[in-house]
Design a protein around this ligand. Sequence first.
Ligand code: NI
Length: 134
Amino acid sequence: MSNTARFGVSLDADLLKLFDGLLDAKGYGNRSEALRDLIRSALIKDKWDENEAGAGALLLVYDHHRNDLSRRLTAIQHESFNLVVAGLHVHVDHENCLEILVLKGAPKELRALADKLIATTGVKYGVFNPVSTG
Ligand code: NI
């Protein structure tokens, strides 16, 4: 027996038109799948930190010439080596590096590590994406 619940949504017609345009651009087959993804994303943002275990991907862009930055970022990762599962380093151009780190562990520790790396002076761009399997 299906556990699917259905509900109606009242929405401004112009907003719905924009939403449908977004769904087309992103390749969604229907509104329900898009709404499910939006709800999951909102729940992850709101509740992820309360989980006992989690994982996520941290993306960093930085100029490796600046202030010994590569060494400092590596040192921070070594301080939390148990949380850093894997890393990918791409030399984007002569100055800039793109690093993608896969983190796994207690969500609060992952968030703290990600914040510390992103806040390191010289990091041009950093974003942490928690993930959920639920
Ligand atoms: Ni590089």
